[in-house]
Design a binder for this molecule. Structure first.
Ligand code: KIV
Length: 278
């Protein structure tokens, strides 16, 4: 049985932490599923970590649907959230409902996530009216990169701190059932978490939130040049994969792969095989 909205809300009430990871493909989705992570986010971070773009802005609704379908098909436990890509909800509530409806219907996701605060409360109300569960996302908003200039911690000044608190309250009253808090100081994340009754999920927001999310490739150490303060790498995937590829290259070049045991023969005679392969 998949995790439900009610179970996630109950976790906050009971003080139990919520686990969330991004995923975009079958391999990692199966491993996340096996480890009973509560939620998978099919994030528009796929524009950066899968497609290799410098930001998330180019991701399309079709691409989110494509990756979310894969994640839904290859998991049975986690609650699945699909990101709404840039310009799929910013225009107006009608577009937001139409596009979110398409994502839910075609991909099988359980909810959508949108970036932004107070400005999107009418949009969130319209989505919830259409029976679409919504995760809000405040603090650092990667879809606003052209206004921000660079990815940096938000809410350090009194004015910005108060605006983000206001955003969190508005998201809750509009009907969002959860809020992602990205790249904000610990004190602010703690205050929001104590203020709203819906769960908060942090990324770069400290451990006072109700749960955590990380991009799966970041957690696995897929890129040695990406080392933000908030990230803990649980593996050196870049080195492991690179070493394996390099070993494969050597093996092919010196003919040690495929070895005898990786090869099909017509003959069943061991002696003949040994003499053929030497
Ligand atoms: O797109 C994404 O993966 C996200 C997370 C970083 C929260 O929005």
């Amino acid at each position: 049985m998949r995790v439900t909205v009610n179970q996630l809300l109950k976790k906050k009430k009971k003080g139990e932490k919520i686990t969330m990871l991004t995923s975009y493909d079958s391999l990692f989705t199966k491993l996340i599923d096996k480890n009973e992570i509560d939620m998978i986010l099919v994030g528009d971070s796929l524009g950066m970590v899968v497609q290799g773009n410098e930001n998330t802005l180019g991701v399309t609704i079709d691409e989110i649907i494509y990756h979310t379908k894969i994640v839904v098909r290859n998991s049975s436990y986690p609650f699945i959230v699909a990101d709404m890509p840039f310009m799929s909800y910013q225009t107006n509530s009608y577009d937001a409902v139409k596009n979110a409806g398409r994502i839910i219907k075609e991909s099988g996701a359980n909810a959508v996530k949108i970036e932004g605060g107070v400005e999107f409360s009418e949009t969130i109300k319209a989505l919830v009216r259409a029976s679409i569960p919504v995760v809000g996302h405040i603090g650092l908003l990667p879809q606003s990169i052209n206004q921000l200039g660079k990815f940096k911690v938000q809410g350090k000044t009194e004015k910005k701190h108060n605006k983000i608190i206001e955003d969190a309250k508005k998201l809750e009253s509009a009907g969002a059932f959860m809020i992602v808090l990205e790249a904000i100081p610990y004190e602010l994340a703690k205050e929001i978490t104590q203020t709203v009754s819906i769960p908060t999920i942090g990324i770069g927001a400290g451990n006072a939130t109700d749960g955590q999310v990380l991009v799966i490739y970041d957690l696995l150490g897929g890129d040695s040049s990406f080392n933000p303060k908030f990230l803990k790498k649980y593996l050196n995937l870049e080195k492991l994969v690179s070493d394996a590829i390099s070993e494969y290259k050597k093996d092919v070049e010196n003919s040690s792969f495929p070895a005898m045991e990786n090869t099909f023969f017509k003959t069943k005679s061991k002696e003949e095989i040994i003499s053929l392969y030497s």
